[in-house]
Design a protein around this ligand. Sequence first.
Ligand code: ADP
Ligand code: ZN
Length: 609
Amino acid sequence: MTKLEALKHVFGHSAFRPGQEQIVDHLLAGGDALCVMPTGAGKSVCYQVPALLMPGVTVVVSPLISLMKDQVGALTQAGVAAAFINSSLTPAQCAKALDGVAAGKYRIVYAAPERLETQSFLDAAVRAGVSMVAVNEAHCVSQWGQDFRPSYLKIRGFIAALPQRPVVAAFTATATREVREDILHSLGLCDPLEITTGFDRPNLWFGVCAPRDKKAELLRRLDGWRGRSGIVYCATRKTVDEVCALLCERGYAAARYHAGLTDEERRRSQDDFLCDRVTVMVATNAFGMGIDKSNVSFVVHYNMPKDVESYYQEAGRAGRDGSPAECLLLYAPQDVHTNRFLIEHGEAPAELDEAQSAALREREYERLRQMTFYATTTECLRVFLLRYFGERAHGACGNCSNCEQGFEERDATREAQMILSCIARMGQRYGAKLVVDVLRGSRAERVTSLGFDRLSTYGLLKDEPEAEVRRVLDALLASGDAKLTDSEYPVLALTPSSGEVLRGERAVTVRVPLAKSRAAKKRGKGSASPADEGLFGALRALRAQCAAAAHVPAYVVFTDAALRDMAAKKPRNEDEFLEVSGVGDAKLRRYGRKFLDCIAQYEREHPES
Ligand code: ADP
Ligand code: ZN
């Protein structure tokens, strides 16, 4: 079998995506590789195709045990002998799986990093002969990454303990230089091919909004997305519970997922979501790593996450099959404080000494600062994201909320001076709300009792709406001409560059949204014609039956993209069926007849189509 045959016959893809082929070739030639690809780019193919062509077994290290089952399920459906070994198995199941590995029954074995240390796993691996070790979410090995997992440091020892060094391939969606360096060293990669594919996901629409009432805004948006499947991420378990209850009350088929639920409840929520019995999953960030549900068509962040890496990874779970999808962040300044609190009180891994922990925390604050810039920027959101991941974008994208909104620049030097001067006169000891109140001449008790109504800056901006004063203040914070202190209750303070603005040596401009004239919404669903939609519906129903019979999630049978392609191509025989994207030999054998019959029947009943 050649690599293209494996790609086509097993996975049903007719061509490699950018980067995939180069990686496959390199691994097959015996070289190590470090692959940085965004979520949804298709990392699995990069190691699964070589795994089928190499002798012995490929060990795939993966951090989240809850998802290995699904990945192995998908491989099994495609006709690949695969197994997983983790703590969700009973000792008897585990022993059986290990026997299978040792007997050379499997081409691919998924294992949690902790497993690699055990003698029984090592023995089985040695007997099977390990050709390749593929490390998923490889950034977990780095102390500077956003999800450091000390157990990842064991991978290197496992590789060293094998009689023959296997090919080692590392995969991650995190691209910063430090993390990359760390992966190279901590995994002991030998002269690896380093590949970074484009981070852009053109089918994703990005949006940020800062609504006064998040619940109302969420309901408004979801109303426009009825019937579509999506995830709402919240910062805390309590918020997950509240939002989920609200959605259920409003008639949405919603489920929740967080670490406070029993394993059983979590498993059920996840299955219900994967099998489309519920359409909206309300979850903390505990949900979703490795989830390859291809028809997730929106991801809303009800709270701002702690860094852009997390945001892009979570948002990236939308639109995995290439269909248009929406990623919306609902921002409130309170989110910054919540995250600061979490960083402040988070526990550093026990392996780190005090200086290392302090440095780690510093980086977390810096990442949070960047995330806050994303939430408040007026530039093209895609340009911002790509720059963050070290890529240059080719101009504004036209497919994000800032591009759609449109902005005009306005000089705000005079207001900026008033704000800075007011911060100074109030002794640099108060937060944004009070400063804005004083500038706007509020009669609030707190203002008068502190005597701020007697300041010369009191009421200077009394004719400006609060939002405008806030906008100028945000611009000063973003440019570093004012800052929020790191204290428990952050207060506004001046910076070394404040003086330039105060003395009129530098102008301050703000970008003001143009009056609402949002171009007609051009983001429809897919390109299928109405007749195709009818067939698509019939195919979906058949897929649901097949999935239920095989006890697997629907997308494991066929992805939405595959069904859409099927509805467009309307294959009439097995050869034509193989032309459908996502159809390989195993799927043809297993489902070909049924789906071909379904299409033929649909065409008989709808001769006009
Ligand atoms: P990642 O692990 O990088 O997030 P996956 O490996 O889960 O991404 O792949 C994402 C989706 O892209 C899957 O639905 C997969 O079937 C699809 N895919 C991967 N490679 C190809 C390809 N060469 N052609 C078409 N679809 C592909
Ligand atoms: Zn844009």
